[in-house]
Design a protein around this ligand. Structure first.
Ligand code: ZN
Length: 91
């Protein structure tokens, strides 16, 4: 029984890791589509140009820093991209 429990734990861990990988892949695919239709680098929410420094840090982001922060506030979800942009130790 102990082994079974451990297997379940590993499986859940693997599934959650795969989940975030799929999310990143979705964002990358969406970014490629934006490159194709010419809207890459434009904020999805406010339509303004996303600063180059942010695109360098997070090439697949669809939002400028301000809109990303607003969405974070509004939905309380934790986008990994914000942690990446701010660097470790500030989140
Ligand atoms: Zn914006």
């Amino acid at each position: 029984m102990a082994e079974l429990g451990s297997d379940n734990f590993d499986q859940e861990l693997t599934l959650s890791l795969l989940g975030s990988e799929n999310e990143a892949l979705d964002q990358i695919e969406a970014a490629i589509k934006r490159i194709e239709d010419g809207s890459y680098g434009q904020c999805e929410d406010c339509g303004k140009q996303i600063p180059e420094s942010r695109l360098e840090a997070i090439p697949y982001t669809a939002l400028c820093v301000r809109c990303a922060a607003q969405r974070k506030k509004a939905t309380n979800y934790k986008p990994n991209e914000e942690a990446l942009a701010l660097g470790p130790g500030l989140g």
